[in-house]
Ligand binder design. Structure first.
Ligand code: NOJ
Length: 560
């Protein structure tokens, strides 16, 4: 079956601030990214996803956009971006941009105008409500970012009304009920597409619609998320009735006019069961969405049984034309090898095993910078080393409730988004070759051992393994067109599956444990002869014999 370019693409997420600093100010920048395009080409990726690089006060590292039409001067200029786009395209690499359409920064000109007066032409770009009779916020919603009194509404003296901010106080929510706001957004999206960008990642796309009348949530306050009685209830503004109308309208006005443009949503609330309502092509909304069913900072690491169940449920969505998106980590999570693998003795093996699981799954794959060298979580010692607003909020709230700084650090450190956001390790020179200045976020002290240069020289290079794996994805149609079938579902350590299409069958066997295991495979697999095309354990002979022990974190790919 013919595929669109993006269906076969391997996406690579660049968190620009932490990727490569070209001018020594301690922050990654576009010139830094440009200098590394040849490395990305060698790796074999097809498309870069840039997290927001627009002008921003950086309250939430760019997810607070002040100017949707410009590049933050910390990262470079619009001219730099155009040059980067051209260079990437000339290497055959596409580029998608993050679009933050649920909220902007309060420093965005739209909001600066909006707050001036009730009759300002921009007033309704945002969500304003009068106080209750007693002067308190319009309802009991709490904001995700633990700030101020905890309410999701902020009082603005100038006009005596509150505005909604689901996230930081400096990140007011946009009002998608208001047609001129929609047209403003559509114009801006078309401007980027006309420049040549290849599509968008849509931040929290299921949250654009708010419930009519802004009713109180009935959910009880969660003591862990205490906000002075204000309640954090994601369901209030997620997947509300009417969200489809908004997404379809955006498709009609923008995406449908650019047939090669791709869109992937950050699928807050998306499950295999509701995905067809949003991403089946017949919906005419968005092309794909990545979900939190497996990988989320907030859930425990997935078990082997959960992996099978979730992958199979997502595979079934393909009957409805859905194209799933796979990833294990991104800028909002922990490092995958630490969380789902083993970042000690079997770091290399488990990094490769996770790579195979995501890159041979049905649908797209999104790699996050640093996975290709097996970067790990950071050991943070002091709260001052952190940047992430969730981390700071949780820490100070725990300490205020009586936790010792050590207890609070032990809780927030391993969960922090800063683990993934720490600077990239290019080599073993000072600051991992990321910057000649002072890095904006602590560099993981393990960089002398874990860095790109060292990895590429190592006989068991993770980078080289990714290169083979991404090539293998391109050459084997079963990855795109294959059915999915799991075997040995009785095992809580071994993942065995086939991807079969008329041309071939691919078999993946993964020992997701630190134990050596004799894996008995069913006769319907062993009766065929298979060719091993990838292994992370060169020392084992290609063999599906049950008698042979599968080594800790061993993963193999066979075809016939
Ligand atoms: C999701 C983004 O990935 C995250 O980094 C950000 O904090 C929130 N959306 C708010 O924009």
């Amino acid at each position: 079956m013919d595929k669109k370019w993006w269906q076969k693409a391997v996406f690579y997420e660049i968190y620009c601030k932490s990727f490569c600093d070209s001018d020594g100010d301690g922050l990654g920048d576009l010139k830094g990214v440009m200098s590394k395009l040849p490395m990305l080409k060698e790796l074999g990726i097809d498309c870069i996803w840039f997290t927001p690089i627009y002008t921003s006060p950086q309250v939430d590292n760019g997810y607070d956009v002040a100017d949707y039409y410009d590049i933050d001067p910390r990262y470079g200029t619009l001219e730099d971006f155009k040059e980067l786009l051209d260079k990437a395209h000339s290497l055959g690499i596409k580029v998608i941009m993050d679009q933050v359409l649920n909220h902007s920064s309060d420093e965005c000109v739209w909001f600066r105008e909006s707050r001036k007066s009730k009759d300002n032409p921009y007033r309704n770009y945002y969500i304003w409500q009068p106080p209750k009779a007693d002067g308190t916020p319009p309802n009991n919603w709490g904001s995700y970012f633990r700030e101020g009194d905890g309410s999701a509404w902020e009082f603005d003296e100038t006009t005596g009304e509150y505005y909604l901010h689901q996230y930081a106080i400096k990140m007011p929510d946009l009002n998608w009920e208001y047609q001129p706001l929609r047209q403003e957004i559509y114009k801006m999206l078309r401007w980027w597409l006309d420049m040549g960008v290849d599509g968008f990642r849509l931040d929290v796309f299921t949250r654009l619609k708010k419930p009519a009348g802004f009713p109180d949530t009935k959910k009880a306050p969660d003591p862990k998320l205490d906000r002075n009685g204000f309640v954090v209830d994601p369901s209030m503004c997620t997947m509300q009735e009417g969200i489809h109308e908004i997404l379809h309208d955006m498709w009609v006005n923008v995406f449908s006019k650019y047939p090669n443009c791709m869109t992937v949503g950050e699928g807050t609330g998306i499950t295999p069961e509701n995905a067809p309502e949003y991403i089946a092509p017949s919906c005419e909304e968005i092309d794909s969405a990545y979900h939190f069913n497996l990988a989320s900072r907030k859930r425990p690491p997935f078990t082997v049984a959960e992996f099978r169940d979730i992958q199979m449920r997502w595979f079934k969505t393909m009957e409805h034309g859905v194209w799933p998106s796979n990833y294990f980590s991104n800028h909002d999570s922990r490092r995958q090898v630490t969380y789902y693998g083993d970042d000690g003795e079997y770091r290399r093996e488990s990094a490769k095993l996770l790579a195979v699981l995501s890159c041979t799954a049905p649908g797209n794959v999104y790699l996050f910078q640093g996975e290709e060298i097996g970067m790990t979580n950071v050991q943070y010692d002091r709260i001052e080393e952190h940047d992430c607003c969730y981390t700071l909020g949780d820490y100070y709230s725990m300490v205020a409730k009586g936790a010792t700084p050590q207890e609070a650090m032990a809780y927030v450190g391993p969960r922090s988004r800063d683990n993934a956001r720490a600077p990239y390790h290019w080599n073993d020179s000072e600051n991992a070759g990321f910057t000649t200045g002072k890095p904006w976020l602590k560099v993981n002290p393990n960089y002398p051992e874990i860095n790109l240069e060292a990895d590429r020289k190592h006989p068991q290079s993770i980078f080289a393994f990714y290169q083979k794996l991404l090539k293998l994805r391109k050459e084997n149609p079963a990855v795109y067109d294959g059915d999915l079938r799991f075997y040995r579902e009785d095992s809580d350590k071994v993942i065995v599956y086939t991807r079969s299409c008329p041309e071939q069958t691919m078999l993946v066997i993964a020992n997701k444990s630190g134990d050596t295991l004799p894996v008995e495979l069913p006769e319907e697999l062993t009766r065929h002869s298979w060719k091993r095309i990838l292994t992370n354990r060169e020392e084992t002979a290609p063999s599906l014999e049950g008698g042979r022990g599968w080594l800790p974190w061993e993963v193999e790919v066979y075809v016939r």
